[in-house]
Design a protein around this ligand. Structure first.
Ligand code: SAM
Length: 296
């Protein structure tokens, strides 16, 4: 039997615990895949690594050998206790028993620090985790994460196959699939295939937009009615009359028959610019009209 698999089973038996599927617990038991993650992380002694979900600490130990500092955040109390004990001899590892989504990154790093995220992610929170880090005021330099294969493919998708997920990741960084990983690389084996995904996070978003939240609300509206023409889905999603949407699209030089999946990031940014200008003008007009009404 593969030694990492035997070791993992032994540890779980010894602790008298079972993997919690609801916490996405699928432990890595393949040394070759572990090597691939470590190689792609490109770590050196000056690196600070944040690991999400260290589990039984298989990856954590390898990270600690190469990086200057490792902060490992584990939600499961039973595993956090075990890890603190097992890794106590490693001076450069800190284990926090927390929900990663509740970690305030700017507070965790008291001074602005450049850091890298490395994780075999719990798949049930893949999108929220990506958003948590990519939208943070203190973003990581890179994210090297194991995710579900289909999710990785959706994230790197180009025009024609774009989605809110690919746009929101590609807005903040350049994603690439490092390699694919079969279910047998984990214990217990998940029902799906996995992929190692690397995101090089840009110092500034790929396109400049005012009000990122408003921009993403508009993108989501554009995808609200999947596979419909962009003019119809935007009218529906933004609750605007269709002729107004047609004018906006014309000003942004986007054909109304296009589908949301085909728009590039630059086109979304241009559409947002036009939309934000019109909204600002409408707001200014309605404010001055209400002032006139309330004038004695
Ligand atoms: N890193 C280990 C490995 O490669 O074998 C375990 C990976 S397992 C796929 C995901 C880990 O994330 C589990 O240990 C699980 O308990 C932990 N986890 C789940 N939800 C979490 C959350 N919200 N915050 C932090 N850790 C979480």
């Amino acid at each position: 039997m593969n030694s990492l698999l035997a070791q993992t089973k032994r540890t779980l038996r010894h602790l008298d615990i079972k993997a919690r599927k609801r916490l996405g617990q699928h432990f890595l038991v393949d040394r070759e895949v572990l090597g691939r993650i470590i190689a792609a992380a490109e770590l050196g002694p000056s690196d600070v690594v944040l690991e999400i979900g260290p589990g039984l600490g298989i990856l954590t130990k390898e990270l600690a050998k190469r990086a200057g500092q490792v902060i490992a955040i584990e939600l499961d109390d039973r595993l956090a206790v075990l890890l603190k004990e097992r890794l106590s001899s490693l001076a450069n590892v800190t284990v926090l028993n927390e929900d990663v989504l509740h970690i305030d990154l700017a507070k965790l790093f008291s001074t602005p620090t450049s850091y890298k995220v490395v994780a075999n992610l719990p798949y049930y929170i893949t999108s929220p985790v990506l958003r948590h880090f990519l939208e943070a005021s203190l973003k990581p330099e890179t994210m090297l994460v194991m995710v579900q294969r289909e999710v990785a493919e959706a994230i790197v998708a180009g025009p024609g196959k774009r989605s809110v997920l690919s746009i929101s990741v590609q807005f903040y960084g350049k994603p690439e699939i490092v390699s694919y990983v079969p279910p047998q690389a984990f214990y217990p084996a998940p029902a799906v295939e996995s992929a190692i995904l690397r995101i090089e996070v840009y110092p500034q978003p790929a396109v400049a937009v005012t009000d990122e939240r408003g921009f993403f609300d508009m993108v989501r509206a554009g995808f609200a009615a999947a596979r419909k023409q962009i003019a119809n889905s935007l009218a529906q999603g933004l609750k605007l009359p269709k002729d107004e949407v047609l004018t906006l699209l014309q000003r942004a030089e986007i054909a109304p028959q296009r589908r949301a999946e085909t728009l590039t990031l630059e086109e979304w940014a241009k559409l947002w610019q036009v939309f934000a200008e019109v909204r600002k003008k409408n707001n200014a007009n309605s404010t001055s009209a209400s002032q006139v009404e309330s004038d004695p």
